[in-house]
Ligand binder design. Sequence first.
Ligand code: ADP
Length: 401
Amino acid sequence: MKGSLLFHQALQDCFSVLDSPVWMDSSTTAECRSLEAAVGGAQKMASLTGSRAYERVSLISSFAASLFLGDYAEIDFSDGSGMNLLDINIREWVPTCLDACAPGLAKKLGNPVPSHTILGNISPYLVERYGFSPNCHVIAFTGDNPASLAGMRLEEGDITVSLGTSDTVFLWLKKPQPALEGHVFIHPMSWQAYMGLICSKNGSLARERVCADCADGSWEQFSKSLKETVPGNKGNIGFYYFSVEITPPAIGIHRFNAQDEKVSEFSSNVEIRSLIEGQFLSKRIHAEKLGYCLMPQSRILATGGASCNADILQVLADVFEVPVYTLETTNSACLGAAYQAKFGLLFAEGMSFPDVVSTAAPHKLSARPNPAAVQLVHLLFLGSWTGMESVAKVRRPCQVY
Ligand code: ADP
């Protein structure tokens, strides 16, 4: 690259596509279905690569590493797990998937590498033009989701629940069970382990809607309703998918009373608890479907806008039966990328990831599971409930308490 030009000027004629698609693009859906067909179907694809086929090949995260390196960067295991090309069990590209995409792809992609790998030194252009030290190493880049997991310092058995506009659940998995819903990635900090990811579109948007309808738009009033109702909601439960949900793929508002009958409305207080319990039960059930197992030391690390609401966090602790901690970190993906870079540099000296983050501020305990409450929630819903569609048929008879 010419040393006098700015970075974007030096790169402007390099690309065959000017407007690169982002993750919301679905123009390659037909190719996804043919990729699944090539390996024997959607579930086979999920078992091999961690998820059914989604519309993406090379991800922006590993591409950005190439810019710093001035060469094609090797792709880290976690980012590679988002491509539907990597066998997450043996951490190698799947020849059938590569061949189904394009000839000669293996050569272009290079070998997938652990996330702490030093890829090389920064490009001479960046040294010359922007004054980087020529000794600056480029560590493998990873995606925003694996980086968030690192930024939140998840430990074995932990879950992160991000209660933002949409809700996201990150899981530390030892033995994943990739399913048609959710995603499994190779863990960014511990490549023998896995991380699970579940996204729900009807997160804060659904909570806001019910808050507007049942609590005059006041979170204080919303919290008061949670305090005035009991865990298990006397057998009432609801699922509120105002727009088509990702996990599970469902739409509509579905309310069931204590007799498992579908009903068209609840009182405001019951509606509010039913929304929050339904959201968290769904997260727990889908987490378990991906292979998540509660461990004695398990914690939930809560983040995102609604994590400031102590009453919502109490329901979260009760439904998952684990203590909930909150994080001060607002931009966990950036922080995680910085931790990852530090880990990459110190790995060679024998440092572990926990050593690298040992000086970070501790997480704050925000809710402890109430043993009486979790037992009731458990009796009512877990174990037998397998999905929104079947809730009315398979839920155990309501316990009166
Ligand atoms: P984003 O995912 O867009 O970054 P945030 O993580 O900032 O969003 O979360 C914003 C959401 O937090 C808002 O949509 C709002 O509904 C929710 N929120 C803010 N305060 C509260 C509260 N006290 N109780 C419940 N939800 C809240």
